[in-house]
Design a protein around this ligand. Structure first.
Ligand code: KG4
Ligand code: ZN
Length: 357
């Protein structure tokens, strides 16, 4: 008898649901992106995100059930993201999951979004086993974990300021390139020379697994300003659409070189710190997850460097790197199977931590 888990994810700006059969067979995965809602602002506007989740959550869940050919009565469990993330967004998916669980008498667990990102790699790699080192790098997080066993995690390091994806988004917004910044910058960087402009590689102290990307972002902004790029409009409110964008009259070669130089600096830091942490942990397995893990340059450089260091890398396919319901179902499944049940009093937690530090 197979076990069917409905995964619900609404921690940021994607309304997502998936039906997972047992531990890794994705029967359906539906994602309603809000990119067009937030694009004019160059970043996620929390209030708009939660309103959109309210509209989208039931149709997205229905579509996931239909595509999987599964009725509500056939579900064995529900896993809903309970944190970390935007509180208004989290509440929508979690309350929806709780209501469904209560009304249909279906077991429910709350899932940590970051654990979900790590499970995306387990979904795609049957051969991957614990322990492993896991780098979750997204718009909201850049966290490095030692995953010892299912549910047992130790935080090795994290960003002290901006997440890597946030730096991509902010630099793209500053250069007036669009949102989300990661894919746009990667596209521009392909046409540029990564060595034309050398930006700083912000590294913490020796042996530290922490990251810092805010100084790098400022270095890029200052470099662009130094070339005479002008910021349009005011920078005082994120509710001003395109408040930060520069006049799109820049020399395309320069933009491409800036993007390539910036991307190279981010990639360098992520590769160096995560490989050093993996070698120190002796697990020799490194999982790369989260939206920034879609980045082609990061994947190729990490693959190349890992081969030299004897480290095995596991990437989920790009559609499982960005937020999705399948990874939430995958992280919830072992806990549902063990008989874990969330109380209806379970609350969303914007700062929910994963594991011990
Ligand atoms: O995991 P995710 O979908 O949402 C969060 O949990 O934040 O990640 C979204 C982030 C955004 O900051 C986006 O710019 C970044 O991932 N991203 C990328 C790429 N694709 C998405 N960053 C660099 N290169 C990419 N190709
Ligand atoms: Zn995420």
């Amino acid at each position: 008898m197979s076990y069917l888990t409905l995964g619900i994810e609404t921690s940021c700006d994607e309304t997502a649901a998936a039906v997972l059969e047992d531990d890794r067979r994705i029967r359906s995965s539906v994602i309603a992106s809000q990119d067009t809602v937030h694009a004019p602002y160059g970043g996620v506007v929390p209030e708009l995100a939660s309103r959109r989740h309210v509209e989208a959550v039931w149709p997205v869940v229905q579509e996931a059930l239909t595509k999987a050919g599964v009725s509500l009565a056939e579900l064995d469990g529900i896993a809903a993201t309970s944190g970390p993330g935007l509180i208004g967004s989290l509440l929508v998916g979690l309350c929806f999951g709780k209501a469904l669980a209560f009304a249909r008498h279906i077991p429910l667990v709350g899932v940590n979004h970051l654990e979900g990102h790590l499970y995306a790699a387990l979904l795609d790699h049957e051969e991957l086993s614990f322990p492993f080192t896991g780098l979750v790098t997204s718009g909201g997080h850049t966290h490095l974990y030692l995953a010892t066993a299912p549910g047992v995690y130790r935080l090795l390091g994290r960003t002290r300021d901006d997440a890597a994806g946030e730096a991509f988004d902010k630099v793209a917004k500053f250069l007036g390139l669009g949102y989300p910044g990661g894919p746009v910058i990667e596209e521009w960087a392909r046409k540029g020379d990564p060595n034309a402009v050398r930006f700083p590689r912000p590294m913490r102290e020796q042996d530290s697994c922490d990251f810092s990307f805010s100084g790098l972002k400022t270095a890029v902004v200052n470099y662009a300003k130094g070339l005479g790029f002008r910021v349009q409009g005011s920078s005082s409110s994120s509710l001003q659409p395109s408040a930060f964008s520069l006049q799109p009259v820049l020399d395309p070669t320069l933009i491409a070189d800036i993007c390539a130089g910036f991307q190279e600096a981010v990639v360098d830091v992520l590769v160096r710190v995560s490989l050093a942490a993996t070698k120190a942990s002796a697990s020799r397995r490194l999982v790369l997850a989260g939206g920034v893990a879609c980045n082609g340059r990061l994947r190729s450089k990490l693959t190349e460097r890992a081969a030299e260091e004897g480290v095995q890398i596991y990437y989920p396919r790009p559609s499982l790197c960005t937020d999705n319901g399948a990874m939430i179902a995958a992280a919830g499944y072992p806990r549902l199977l063990r008989g874990e049940r969330a109380l209806l009093a379970l609350n969303a937690d914007a700062d929910l931590a994963l594991g011990v530090t």
